[in-house]
Design a protein around this ligand. Structure first.
Ligand code: XMP
Length: 518
């Protein structure tokens, strides 16, 4: 792999993704990693990330000095560039001149220069630093400068060390991806051979070796991650895998059919559906407190899953092949954020309905553990999964249960499902799916307002639209939907959904609002 050393800013994940976009596998490691640990991972390249600190600060994140002695091609970015400059005998200075945001740099473009060669001499890059490299280490060529930073990039092809003061991983740096590509392919000579196909082949082999002839169980939620994880495992071990899908009655229109028909047709997976709709409705009767609803839904989910599991275990034992493994759709950001890679963990502890009890007797198979969401989607497409599932936007485990403000009843679920289907259809027709992270549709079941329809007075419920744009759901802004799209949605909902006589738009960012209303 290429190791991305995380100095504690939010940039390491972005760098890791950009490296992978250049078809090279990357892994994030903490800056506390030792030279021996690095060597053990046998990396073909190293990227030192940016960070929030100054190299002068007490307790500023350091780097084991042995790492730069391993002879591995290394690219330093921002703080990583300064750490590198210092360790190799250059000089970093507090110039008092901060550069922040879009900055003009002049770069050396001769062909001998493997990092920046072939790029325009004048370009705009994204800077964010207080200190600057004043003198490059001996034997290094200075490759770029800005008005206030004389050494904005340097290189030593002989030593295999490269660095830039700016952030090539952010889109605001005009030729940023070229810097990363040049470092990987030209400077370090790393082949571009990592892609969906190679990941599938590698995982299939690994899963086969792990599972042998045992049986495997997987809970499907209807979302992308579990669908792709199960499809990968199925590719590896076929009908040794059994999937369980719990219909808790809080799903959106058509979702159960998409899983039971389209997904099964595309994969040939053996699927057991548990129809738990009645069970959930009666457990939720009379409850309107959001946290209580979430707890009940989580508890009932585990109950249904364990029931199905018990039956399958009994069946498998009768066949003489025990169920030994459980598939989970854990993704790389979850691994990194829960301490797998960084010092700046910001963990969100969502109650996930797909989450299973901790005392499970199974070994885990997590085939997506090293992947980002967009990579998981690419693999899903490669495996031929239906687009409706592969492209699905985030949907909370507790489903529509936390989008009815008030008690959850069958009638209310039906209303909300109808309104939600209209919103999703209209956003898709308007070509807005890529712009929107997700658009919860919320029923204010305990609120009524007066309206007029035909000749009569109405007294109905409002529907709230909550379209948001986001990178990772940690923060979000409300999406400025075109007025004509909003008008069409409002018209259709008030005409087609009984008992709804008003449509309102949520214009709150996160924070202070959360994305979901409960
Ligand atoms: P909030 O409402 O906290 O939501 O801003 C952030 C993101 O998480 C989703 N969400 C959940 N996902 N189980 C999940 O799997 C949950 O209990 C849950 N609650 C919220 C939400 O849709 C948004 O994408």
């Amino acid at each position: 792999p290429v190791l991305v050393v995380d100095f504690g800013a939010q940039y390491a994940q972005l760098i890791a993704r950009r490296v992978r976009e250049a078809s090279v596998y990357s892994e994030i490691v903490p800056h506390t990693i030792t030279a021996a640990e690095v060597a053990a991972k046998n990396p073909v390249g190293i990227v030192l990330s940016g960070g929030p600190s100054s190299v002068y600060e007490e307790g500023a994140p350091a780097l084991d000095e042995g790492i730069l002695g391993l002879g591995i091609p290394t690219l330093g970015i921002c703080y990583g560039f300064q750490v590198m400059a210092r360790q190799l005998g250059g000089e970093v200075a507090h110039t008092g001149q901060r550069e922040y945001g879009s900055t003009a740099v002049t770069v050396r473009t001769d062909d001998e220069n493997s990092l920046l060669g072939g790029q325009p001499e004048a370009q705009i890059v994204w800077m964010s630093h207080g200190d600057s490299v004043a003198i490059a280490p001996e034997g290094f060529d200075v490759l770029a400068s800005s008005a206030s930073t004389p050494v904005a990039a340097f290189a030593s092809d002989e030593k295999g060390f490269y660095g830039v003061q700016w952030h090539p991983e952010v889109k605001h740096s005009q030729f940023g991806q070229d810097v990363i590509v040049n470092f990987l392919h030209k400077a370090a000579g790393i082949p571009a051979d990592w892609n969906s196909g190679s990941v599938i082949a590698e995982q299939v082999e690994k899963i086969r070796a792990q599972v042998g002839s045992a049986r495997v169980i997987c809970g499907l939620s209807g979302g992308v991650d579990s669908a792709v994880a199960a499809a990968l495992v199925h590719q590896a071990v076929g009908d040794q895998l059994i999937c369980v899908f719990v219909d808790h009655g809080l799903l959106r229109q058509d979702e159960r059919r998409q899983v039971e028909e389209d997904y099964v047709a595309a994969t040939g997976i053996r699927l057991v559906t548990i129809d738990a709709r009645e069970q959930f409705l009666s457990a939720l009767a009379g409850v309107s407190d959001p946290e209580t609803k979430r707890k009940i839904i989580g508890r009932e989910f585990i109950r249904s899953f364990e029931q199905a599991e018990a039956d399958l275990i009994a069946e498998a034992e009768a066949d003489g092949e025990p169920i030994r493994f459980l598939v989970q759709g854990t993704l790389y950001p979850d691994v990194v954020e829960s301490g797998g890679g960084t010092g700046t963990a910001n963990i969100k502890s969502h109650h996930n309905v797909g989450g299973l009890p901790e005392d499970l007797q199974f070994e885990l198979i997590e085939p997506l553990r090293t992947l980002f969401k967009d990579e998981v989607r690419a693999i899903g497409r490669e495996l031929g999964l239906p687009e409706a599932i592969v492209a699905r936007q985030p949907f909370p485990g507790p489903g529509l249960g936390i989008r009815i403000i008030g008690e959850v009843t069958q009638d209310r679920l039906d209303l909300l499902r109808q309104a939600d289907a209209i919103v999703r259809a209209e956003l898709t027709i308007a070509g807005l799916d890529a712009e929107i992270w997700q658009c919860p549709v919320v029923l204010l079941a305990d609120v009524r307002s007066v309206g007029v329809q035909g000749d009569g007075r109405t007294y109905g419920h409002p529907i709230v639209l909550r379209p948001v744009s986001s990178e990772d759901a940690m923060t979000a802004d409300w999406t400025r939907l075109p007025y004509d799209v909003l008008a069409r949605i409002s018209n259709r909902i008030t005409n087609e959904v009984p008992e709804v006589n008003r449509v309102v738009l949520d214009v709150t960012s996160k924070p202070p609002g959360t994305i979901e209303w409960e």
